[in-house]
Design a protein around this ligand. Structure first.
Ligand SMILES: [Zn+2]
Length: 192
């Protein structure tokens, strides 16, 4: 493992994020009297992102409409910036010679099989995208600055980009993508 501490850090954030989300019932946020409590803005900045909410995307759906077409886990990751458990996703070790990985929300082609590489990080890794398919946002959650990646067609959360790690790829970028945000299609199977 090139970066032995990285999966541990991410797993910690994953567990922390889930635990904290469960402790924050959405009903409490709807009570005006709680809005002045300092912990609410703190948690908002912890889980919020700075730029993504200003974007508009061609595919627009309400949360109710997304929940009608996505599984609960897909909705949590794609629409609520969740993270799936490492080494558990359907496409982590999936290495086809051709085909595309489409958005699980809107079916837009995001990555080709040729752009995937083995990173060992526990999530599917890509070094490049289908041109224009992915938008980058600054993500300030968890008290650090990262680059979030979302589908440019529907705004669905895909994962994050990490740069300069030294992988022998043409871009030295790792698009760390949740399997559940993707749907693999063989060549000719994609609608778009
Ligand atoms: Zn999409």
């Amino acid at each position: 493992m090139r970066f032995p501490s990285f999966p541990t850090i991410v797993r910690t954030f994953y567990l922390f994020g889930n635990a904290t989300t469960r402790r924050l019932p959405t009903t409490s946020l709807r009570q005006p009297t709680l809005r002045s409590i300092p912990t609410i803005p703190f948690l908002g900045s912890l889980f919020g992102t700075s730029t993504r909410n200003n974007m508009s995307y061609p595919v627009q759906k309400t949360d109710d409409e997304w929940q009608a077409v996505l599984s609960p886990e897909q909705f949590r990751v794609l629409r609520k910036q969740g993270t799936e458990a490492p080494y558990a996703g359907e496409y982590d070790k999936h290495m086809p010679s051709s085909g595309t990985y489409n958005c699980a929300g809107c079916d837009a082609p995001l990555y080709t099989a040729q752009q995937k590489f083995k990173s060992g990080c526990g999530w599917p890794a890509f070094f490049d995208t289908v041109p224009g398919a992915v938008v980058r946002h600054t993500d300030n959650s968890f008290g650090m600055e990262r680059t979030e990646i979302v589908c440019s067609n529907c705004g669905g959360h895909l994962g994050h980009i990490f740069k300069g790690e030294g992988y022998p790829t043409p871009t030295d970028e790792r698009h760390c993508v949740n399997s559940i945000s993707l749907k693999f299609k063989n060549d000719g199977e994609s609608k778009v």
